[in-house]
Write a protein that binds this ligand. Sequence first.
Ligand code: AMP
Length: 530
Amino acid sequence: MIKAVRGTRDLLPPDTALWKFVDETARSVFRAYNFQEIRTPIFEDTQLFARGVGEETDIVSKEMYTWSEEANPEATLIGAWYTQSKPKYAASAWETRARGQHFEIDMRGESEAFLVELRSKFNPAVVERLRARKDRWPTSHPDSKPPLLIVALPRREADKIQWANLNDVVIEMLDIAEHEPGQRLTLRPENTAGVVRAYIEHSLQSRGLNKLYYIGPQFRRERPQKGRYRQFYQIGAEVIGPPSAGSESPARDAEILELLATFLGKLGITGWTLQLNSIGCAKDRTRYNEALRKALEPVKDKMDPDCQRRAVTNPLRVFDCKVPKDQPIIEKLPRISQFLDEPCRKHFEHVQEILKSVGVPFTLNDRLVRGLDYYTRTAFEFTHGALGAQNAILGGGRYDGLSEELGGPKAPGIGFAIGEDRLVLALNKSAEEMQPKPDVYIAPLGQSMDREAARLARELRQKDVIVELSDESFRLKKSLETASKLGARFALIVGENEIKADAFALKNLATGEQVSVPRTELIERIRTKP
Ligand code: AMP
């Protein structure tokens, strides 16, 4: 039996009702805060994550699903012919047709003068096909002169073919490298880099401040455990734009954090903690990194090899080291809070003042550095006690330099990503309760009643009544049992007498009461809650 791949899972009903509740609540909160949806591709050029997220991060260094796109032989051939021969044939009209390892070109007009290599022998099958095309030409294209036909081949293929006599087909050799390197692609491990790429690619700065949100799967090759999957889902948002549109303002940071508190509140999730830090502006980070390197120099040899490497390449990442024996060393390291310059410190204070004013509680945590390189200034995480080891429900922060890092304009931004899988685990609701139940179970009773029942179901469904439709082969008893099992409020019986009277037996499945209701009054009757 083929099973779902380790670290991935199926989301099944009734659990999907919880996911739908979370998605819909998110969309309605985003609407209230005037965010708009963005959908970016699930895979991107590997470079995007290497540059955006950072080579030294766990995500990029060991967790990405990356592959090389097979170089397409046809596209490669056409591409090679095009670059090598276009200048020569620029004056001529031509068409190409790829056929596996070679491709054919119909030359028109004064092309003979440009022909490079003429051979007298060629693969007979190909020759025949080309000749036939040339012979058909005058009938299918009576107004134009037959083309001169060229067969272009990669040099390595030319050696394999048998040659035949030929003087109306031109063979051109192409120099094609044995292995064209394919493009490196990666399943997105997070969505911020993709959103910023889209921001740059589509010049979204012209829209001023962009308030964007996304909901979708992300992929990381982590060790699977409860709350940690290899395909997991994130709900995220990014506020990004030119500084003139207010993208740097602490008001944006506070709005994002307050939105998150509102969202968790609407989901009924309590008992969360907002951990807040500022990880400094670019200049502070440089000074801080130097201080960290200096402090790590005498102690780094005692650390786990992975942490040692980080101490040299990207000292901030040392804070992500989870090895217990390294913790006392990490505990003594200088903290970013001592390195914030005046504007950066003011920015952070301003964020905190607004949070206090709107009543969102937070805890300052100057060890919080977040596992991605692009963060600057405000960084945060919401944790939840009920989740065990994987207790972070969401994380985010500012990434003022990310757009420039990716070759775009200055576009400060702030965003977050919520782990939807963990959010669903933290919900205090039962999936069964969230699953909408049918309002009516229609039971056709007797021969040819399926047609009438379908008609009635259609009428009710068009008025947004939730209808489950039975089958005329079911006995009434079986229909009623199924209706109760599904949790339907009513059973509606469609039999010959009912059709004649245009009134239907409507049975309240909770009370057992049964009344005959005229067709025109059905909707009203069903909508009235028992
Ligand atoms: P990050 O993009 O690493 O800041 O993660 C943001 C949030 O996504 C985390 O707080 C988690 O809730 C969630 N998350 C990250 N990785 C996983 C995973 N492998 N499985 C489930 N949720 C995850």
